[in-house]
Design a protein around this ligand. Structure first.
Ligand SMILES: Cc1ncc(COP(=O)(O)O)c(C=O)c1O
Length: 278
């Protein structure tokens, strides 16, 4: 597999990360993931804009990351991923420099990595729905930045796997926020609701696309807090994300939610998203 490493295209196995890299030492880095459908990248600009916002939030050296759209295209081509589905992963760190908490010397270059790989969609989850856990959110207060510091997300997702669940959704002060790598949606009396953009959730690209679908299709929607106690009144629950697309939630902690089958709004959103991506 050919990957992009600081301006060069190399066999992935030949890439060696410095032990002084700040991504390795401090998780001092950001990442993003773009989906490719039959070689066509979906919402690349939005993902790269988010990478740029993350870089500014972390006060990285001023950089325009839009060139990574071409990098992604070349990786799809070089790795013969133009037929079928793939993901492109981007990671940028503050670079490699002797370890010290404060920023490295200004001449330190950012580390930029990108790689494409085939992706098999989770069709069964999308069609049948999934079991989720609701877990107390132990993360820091800048969940709006897509940093590679994902330990809390890793542990919560593993807890889900060990409980025959596919995803854990974080709850803070009673508010249901987002999953470990997904945004959360609920439907109340035909109205689609997702938590508002705050520092406690990531502004997901799929979240934005789904809200756009609601607007276009005349489905009522809102960005409002969803409390755990509200879930009793919800007709449908969903998680959405680049890799999960629109995945219905049909069980919570193993207990069936409503009928235990995907609801009509989820199915409608799935269809609309499929039309946009395929
Ligand atoms: C914490 C978190 N929330 C939400 C999402 C969904 O974002 P997107 O739709 O841009 O993939 C992700 C994606 O990885 C995430 O890590």
């Amino acid at each position: 597999m050919i990957a992009y490493w600081n301006g060069r295209y190399l066999p992935k196995d030949e890439i060696a990360v410095s032990p002084d890299d700040r991504g390795f030492l401090f998780a001092d880095g950001i990442y993003d993931v773009v989906r490719a459908y039959e070689g066509r990248l979906f919402e690349t600009r939005a993902h790269l804009d988010r990478l740029g916002r993350g870089a500014r939030a972390l006060r990285f050296k001023e950089t325009d990351f839009l060139y990574l759209a071409d990098v992604a295209g070349r990786l799809i081509e070089e790795n013969k991923l133009a037929a079928g589905e793939a993901t492109v992963y981007f990671q940028v760190t503050r670079g490699a420099a002797p370890r010290t908490h404060c920023f490295p010397p200004p001449e330190t270059g950012l580390t930029v990595y990108a790689a494409a790989r085939p992706f098999a969609p989770h069709r069964e989850d999308i069609e049948n729905g999934i079991n989720i856990l609701l877990l107390s959110d132990p993360r820091w207060a800048r969940c709006d930045i897509k940093t590679v510091g994902l330990t809390a997300n890793v542990l919560a997702n593993q807890t889900a796997r060990e409980s025959q669940a596919r995803e854990s959704v974080f709850v803070r002060d009673g508010a249901v926020l987002e999953g470990t790598h997904t945004n959360f949606f609920a439907v109340f009396a035909g109205r689609v609701v997702t938590p508002p953009l705050t520092n406690y959730i990531l502004g997901g690209i799929t979240r934005r696309v789904v809200l756009g679908i609601c607007r276009e299709h005349g489905i009522p929607f809102g960005e409002e807090p969803i409390f755990e106690a509200d879930l009793e009144r919800a007709d449908e629950l969903m998680i959405v994300g680049t890799t999960t697309e629109v995945t219905p939630v049909v069980r919570i902690h193993g207990r069936p939610f409503r009928s235990g089958a995907p609801g009509p709004v989820a199915v409608r959103l799935q269809k609309a998203l499929r039309e946009m991506t395929r």
